[in-house]
Design a protein around this ligand. Sequence first.
Ligand code: ADP
Length: 533
Amino acid sequence: MKWFQNFSIKNKLTVIMLTVALLSMAVGFTFIIISNIKTFTKEMLENTHIIANYTADACATPIAFNQPDEVKSAIEPIRSVAYIESAYVYQLDTKDLLWKWDRKENPNFITPFISEWQNGQRDLKNEVVFIGEYLHAFKPLYSTMNLGAKAPVDAEIVGWLYIRASRAPLDKKISEYLRNMSLVGIGLIVITYFLAVRFQRVISEPILNLASVTEKIRITSDYSVRVKKEGKDEIGILYFGFNNMLEQLQVREKQRDEAMEEQKRLMAELEEKNKELEQVVYVTSHDLRSPLVNIQGFSKELDFSIKELGEMLNSGDIPQELRTQFDYILQEDIPDSLKYILSSTSKMDALLSGLLKLSRVGRTATTLNNIDMNELFTEISNAFEFHFKEGNVAFSVGPLPPCYGNDVQINQMFSNLVSNALKYRDPNRTPVISVKGWEEQDRAIYCVEDNGLGIAKEHQKKIFEIFHRLNPGDSQGEGLGLTIVNKIIGRHNGKIWVESEPGAGSKFIISLPKPRASAPPVNTTSDSVSKNS
Ligand code: ADP
């Protein structure tokens, strides 16, 4: 039935209506034709019966009175009946053929039952039967006059009349009837077809109209069009529902457009704000560094001058009491203050340089390339070689799959992670840092694992936030390293997550895009930077 499903609704309806009409016509016609053919046959049988009965009555008297010549005139009337072809009269005693008439001589024709009757092998019956192409009537001839189909009371059979009638007129009548019925049938089929084509429109046209409007909406995405409701039937309900749906779609589309407009506006605003913020961070961190360098420089200068002053004091002629007071100020007070100034400025310097790096990640345009990560990690381990030796760190790098990104930023990101693994090592055991990598579908996955202090569950997300540190008193960092990592990850459409347990160690897992066939490979050793740059 799949072929039928692909028909247009017009053709489907026409086919359905035609099929139903044709089936009912076929059943009705078959019934009428069969019953009419039966009636025609019955009529012929009855007519032949009547003709045979009257002829038998007419022949009976000449036979009974032994006047065979009279039979001829008795039979005469049936010659005028066109379909009667032969009439034979037999005597009962001798079973001889007394008289015979044939419309057309046919020597090959054998009268059924007669030879068996003449041989005594069968009796004849008062009957009219169809055998082959003919209708055969056998009628007894009674000694007494009989004006009916039934045998007269006390009558004796004196002979038999045999009449042969052709069934050609019956066949002709039937075939003419069938031809007429076929013509009527064909006429009805044609009328039914035109009516089906006409009436299917009542259902198909509104549906086709709906389909064309739907197609129009699909092409133009114009939800302002409507279908014209015509009736109150199910199609009317469908139209109403369709129009209603279009109205809702229109409203939603408007709302969506407005929301998108608003989203665009907010995005632009956000981008603007972000740029402003980055600019502020950049300017602040960059510009603050020069006065800071001055403060650092002059503090050192001051330290030097104090030392000089101390030496001068020692050599000059100054009262002992005053000398003791100066000594205290020069040896204790001022160096103490200078120490604090210097440590604060270097802390501030580190903070500002971290902020500067963070702002640079967002500000610089990134060119993306296919990166050989094994090469990149050779460079990172060279940069950290001194620290590894100094901290007796077991550092290992497994074979790493390549990835797609900006080599400078990827280098910085992994440098920060290795640097953290070094910084947050457990003082009670030999530090072990390993880097592994593998591929998953279209991603390159890397894992930087250490056996350091570990990070409690509740901090694992927060450590990526700006300035978030687990031990703020710890002088080792500024709370910016992982923020930079996160920002680089965001710019590379990557992902980072932590698996860690306090006291056991941490795993930083990074997912980055795999290399692209179209992108050229990059030689990381020529243009990369280390974390500390
Ligand atoms: P910083 O190291 O400068 O403090 P980060 O943003 O790099 O800043 O890290 C934030 C905090 O996350 C760190 O202060 C540290 O407490 C914790 N952390 C980061 N990496 C590790 C690590 N590998 N093991 C344990 N703690 C870590």
